[in-house]
Design a protein around this ligand. Structure first.
Ligand SMILES: [Fe+2]
Length: 288
């Protein structure tokens, strides 16, 4: 990331240098041409009307040259910025992928779960018309939403018997722990806050910071629904898969109390009308 910023700074100074050389050369040429014109006028006694015409075309030529120069700089600027933006997105997604790889080594269930959640979260975000940048942030957050579980002992994560109260408290700490881990990375969107809020519920009955309603980010509400649906539809260490029909029935029943109504509607519509399915493909890579 720092290298990219350094490259941008280097490019900015090179553009400034190019502009200064161009303007310097233009000024020198103008001065020389004007001096020559002045000398020619003195020698040949040019008619005043012709003199005005020459000056007009000279001014027009300078204006055209300067316009082309500005256009070139703008086009160059756009291309370089687009390249760097793509590079920065790629670095972000690679950083997140390396976090997921570490987490998978700690808990083999998590990697596939997070990719499927990210896949569904992206689809819900698109149905709700989120801007591309927000969808990127949502997908990044979904891909690592359980990264805080790296601090939870494997015996607790893979326990097949019911959890004790103390063990459940340890599990609950993963939302805050994940937010702390991600807080040190400079994301362009609030990825750490989305992760922090992914167990909040609309009626305030969730955990994290005890948020409710509008104080929960829309991205976190989407992640919550995607997380619940994926978890219910698939097998977990402590129970068999419950199936997608049961998962959709559950979120529909709790629509407006635990889950955001618009998010639930979008999710149900994806499965029942758009033929959405979870697939095992990696969905976290940026397009292009
Ligand atoms: Fe979680």
């Amino acid at each position: 990331m720092r290298a990219t910023i350094q490259q941008l700074k280097g490019w900015q100074s090179s553009v400034t240098r190019t502009s200064m050389v161009f303007i310097g050369a233009l000024s020198l040429s103008m001065f020389t041409i004007l001096y020559l014109l002045f000398m020619i006028e003195q020698y040949y006694r040019v008619a005043p009307s012709l003199r005005v015409l020459v000056y007009f075309f000279l001014w027009l030529a300078v204006l055209t040259l300067y316009s082309f120069h500005t256009l070139y700089l703008l086009t160059h600027e756009q291309n370089v910025l687009a390249q760097h933006e793509h590079g920065m997105r790629k670095v972000l997604f690679q950083t997140v992928e390396s976090l997921v790889a570490q987490l998978e080594a700690h808990d083999p269930y998590i990697g596939g779960h997070e990719r499927r959640v990210a896949h569904l979260a992206r689809a819900i975000g698109e149905v709700l018309g989120l801007a591309e940048e927000r969808i990127d942030g949502l997908v990044l957050a979904a891909t690592v939403h359980d990264v805080g579980k790296i601090q939870v002992p494997g015996e607790i994560l893979n326990k097949t018997e019911p959890l004790t109260e103390r063990e459940f408290e340890i599990i609950k700490s993963h939302a805050g722990a994940g937010s702390e881990i991600l807080g040190s990375i400079e994301f362009p969107t609030p990825v750490a806050r989305i992760v922090q809020q992914h167990h909040e519920r609309v009626d305030g009955s969730g955990y994290g910071e005890g948020l409710s309603g509008e104080s929960i980010l829309l991205e976190a509400k989407i992640l919550t629904v995607a997380d619940v649906v994926e978890a219910m539809a698939h097998e977990r260490p402590y129970r068999p898969a419950l199936g997608i029909d049961k998962a959709l029935a559950d979120i529909s029943e709790k629509k407006g109390t635990l889950y955001d109504p618009e998010v639930v509607d979008a999710c149900v519509m994806l499965f029942t009308e758009k033929g959405f399915t979870f697939d095992e493909e990696k969905e976290s890579e940026p397009a292009g």
